[in-house]
Ligand binder design. Structure first.
Ligand SMILES: O=C(CO)[C@H](O)[C@H](O)COP(=O)(O)O
Length: 231
């Protein structure tokens, strides 16, 4: 396992150990949550726990099934705790997410949870958000219009293209992603709201005022940052 994957494995296990019997658990998307889901599956098997997962993507649904976690939906249950990864985390615990193009359902699931825990390696911790472009999910018909609005707002939008597919990435919801670079995002709350009122935009990857705890893995160990401890 690479050093980075060891860190992801460590934080995934730490988060899996937080889950209590009987809980409904939001299952985030990405390579770090992959470890979380696998560790949670092992705990369910070894300790005979009664836990249901609510996936945030087809990817997390498939990994949950492989890990032996039964799944349900937000229509059926409220979520006790959601665990998800992030692309950037600032000192106020605001996030950029959506590197896996799953941020729309992730925001719905993560914001619905009574407790939201983020797991990252230390390379994701930043002073100001914005080095990572903000993923903006748009309906395909809105491409030209929203692109222009994002440029007018000072962004540099790029249509996300497939790696093993010709043409644009199509999200789990059948939409496009405009990865939009903004230089140093000083007011993430404001930008999050401004992006979401553009007609044709479904959701953007800025997550503010949602996170309760961040578990950060580094070569020197695991650190937990709780919102209630922020000054
Ligand atoms: O937001 C996400 C998917 O939409 C991921 O949580 C985020 O991209 C981090 O992924 P990884 O753990 O693979 O670095």
């Amino acid at each position: 396992m690479s050093n980075k994957n060891i860190l992801k494995d460590n934080v995934g296990k730490k988060a899996a150990d937080l889950i209590k019997d009987g809980q409904i658990v939001g299952l985030g998307t990405g390579s770090t949550t992959h470890y979380f889901i696998r560790h949670l599956g092992e705990r369910i098997k070894n300790e005979d726990l009664n836990i249901l997962g609510i996936p945030t993507s087809y990817q997390s649904l498939i990994i949950a099934r492989e890990a032996g976690i039964n799944t349900t939906t937000l229509d059926e249950y409220d979520i006790d705790i959601a665990v998800d990864g992030a692309d950037e985390v600032n000192q106020n615990l605001d996030l950029i997410k959506g590197g896996g193009a799953a941020h729309t359902l992730e925001k719905l699931v993560d914001s619905s949870a009574k407790e939201f825990v983020v797991i990252v390696d230390d390379s994701k911790m930043v002073r100001d958000l914005g080095e990572f472009p903000v993923p903006v999910e748009i309906i395909p018909e809105a491409l030209r219009v929203v692109k222009k609005s994002l440029i007018d707002m000072g962004g540099k939008p790029e249509l996300r293209m497939g790696v093993q597919k010709d043409g644009p990435v199509i999200t789990d919801n059948g939409n496009f992603i405009l990865d939009t670079k903004f230089e140093k995002i000083r007011n993430p709350q404001k930008l999050e709201k401004e992006l979401n009122i553009l007609p044709g935009v479904l959701e953007n990857g800025i997550f503010t005022d949602l996170v309760d705890k961040v578990i950060v893995g580094s070569p020197s160990g695991i650190k937990e940052i709780d919102r209630e401890d922020l000054i």
